[in-house]
Ligand binder design. Sequence first.
Ligand code: SF4
Length: 149
Amino acid sequence: MNKKTKIGIIICDRYRNCAGGKCFRALKNREGAFDIYKNDEEVELVGYTNCGGCPGGNIEYAPEEMKNNGAEVIHLATGFVVGYPPCPYIDDFKNVIREKFNMEVVVGTHPIPQKYSDIHGKIGTWKSDAWQEKIKPTMADEKTRIDYN
Ligand code: SF4
């Protein structure tokens, strides 16, 4: 029998009114950072919230609530890497979620939309190896990025 994985999604507060359309679509299609679940029979989303606004105070609490619902993995949504500027606290969030809550963390949800990739390419946001690592799960191919514009 295939594995069932429960996950939580935390979005950047600047997109606080987002209805989650791209994340839910990508989860269903196992695209972007969700392609790691391709071989799983089922992935259940057990929590969805925002970081609480800079500097992300909700990260101290929200993962625990998601863990109480069975979440094993927290996804920091793609908005963390595509915003202008991207979130400067991603590494801190990854560390605290792993160390305080003993949960896995994945940077990203849906594929990066091409329009964001174009701008960040022009201004050089993601040039460093550290940023290349952060965008790797959601970079996808150009056709997919255009589909998520
Ligand atoms: S930039 Fe980071 S800390 Fe600020 S609102 Fe977005 S995710 Fe939260």
